[in-house]
Design a protein around this ligand. Sequence first.
Ligand code: UDX
Length: 435
Amino acid sequence: MKLTVIGAGYVGLVTAACLADTGNEVMCVEKISSKLATLKKGESPIYEPGLTEVLKKNIASGNIRFTDSIEEGAKFAEAVFLCVGTPQSETGKADLSQVEEAARQIAEVADGYKLIIEKSTVPVNTHRRVKMTLKRYANPNVTFDVASNPEFLREGSALYDFTNPDRIVAGVESERAEAIFREIYKPFAERGFPLLITTPAAAELIKHASNSFLALKISYINMVADLCEKVGADIELVAEGMGYDKRIGRAFLNAGLGYGGSCFPKDIKAFINMANENGVDFSLLEEADYINAARRTKYLAMVEELLWITKEKEICVWGLAFKPNTDDIREAPAIDIVRELAAQGAKLRLCDPKAAENFSRLFPESGQIKYFEDMYAAAEGADAVLLVTEWKEFLEVDAAKLKKIMRLPLVIDGRNAFDPKKMKEQGVEYYSIGR
Ligand code: UDX
């Protein structure tokens, strides 16, 4: 099929690459010229495992093309995926100006039936606004359908998630739109992945309700971790015990520094806002969001408690990305941690396999802040190692080596990534969360 994808961010680019790889002919529209130039060279502007390879392969086969012309994109295919950004505005509400702009531009040039598909996370009933915009700006002879097809991929495993979805949700209002979805996702349905046809409003809500539920789960386990600390129980054992219950499940019960990234923090606020606007008091989610923010201050208090004075101390931070396998630092706990420790006068030795470059734009290298490619070089002479992101490289730590090279062999693990017993055996003073 011919398909158009508007916006080459995480969701757009992965959608375009994976749908091209499934045998479709995809036109991807990106208006930022530097990003477009990178894409045209067959490179990915973001780090996502496997993405460059899939892009290169599909550019070579002609299955994917890039343009900055929304007109070209709108005319290219009947089905147009909207994957533009929906950032958070100052009020916590989603800023939908990019969605409106794209809908308007498509309307102005559309020369025949179009199925406009919301793939970005948007507030419930955005499809109505999109439809209204299309009608207002389009030639009256042109007909449109608007559908919601939310994306559930996680950064760091985006290609796997897209191609092995727990479910595909398509919220449609016409048989024609449903038929297009059944065609697009036929290869997935044939592999047994469920395709759930709903209304657009339900699909929009499924995305928000799922993300907020997962965020809730994380805040819940973090509070249980705090209780574990007080009573001398191990949160890992508690989470394991809870996880065997199929109704609960072990996933997203990892206690620690809480959630960051471009989705959970923004989406939970947007969902609270959406509920308030509709007269529903969803203070349960406000509490989850509050608990999450407090994880960082609690961790910093722990660092201060253990080091007493942080000024002039050499503090090594392992992990700057908001989670492993990505170079994304949006809402990353490391930002708050580094900012606070730097303000206290600590000397910071930072290390991350992929996110150091992005991080150095916020915190440039200086007399106080140094970047290291090698995790042990970063830890050399340090008074403490703070494990902030659980990259695989860090998990394979040689604790004996760490003890030898640090000034004070102190590890403060914000992700419960290490085995306390092994650390202790090697003479490392080790602290983690809720155990
Ligand atoms: C999330 C959703 O999982 C995905 O379905 C949606 O499409 C986008 O938002 P993402 O933000 O990429 O994906 O990462 P995810 O793996 O979900 O982790 C989100 C955050 O929660 C990370 O900061 C992670 O460190 C944190 N987390 C996750 C925990 O603190 N504990 C856990 O048990 C799981």
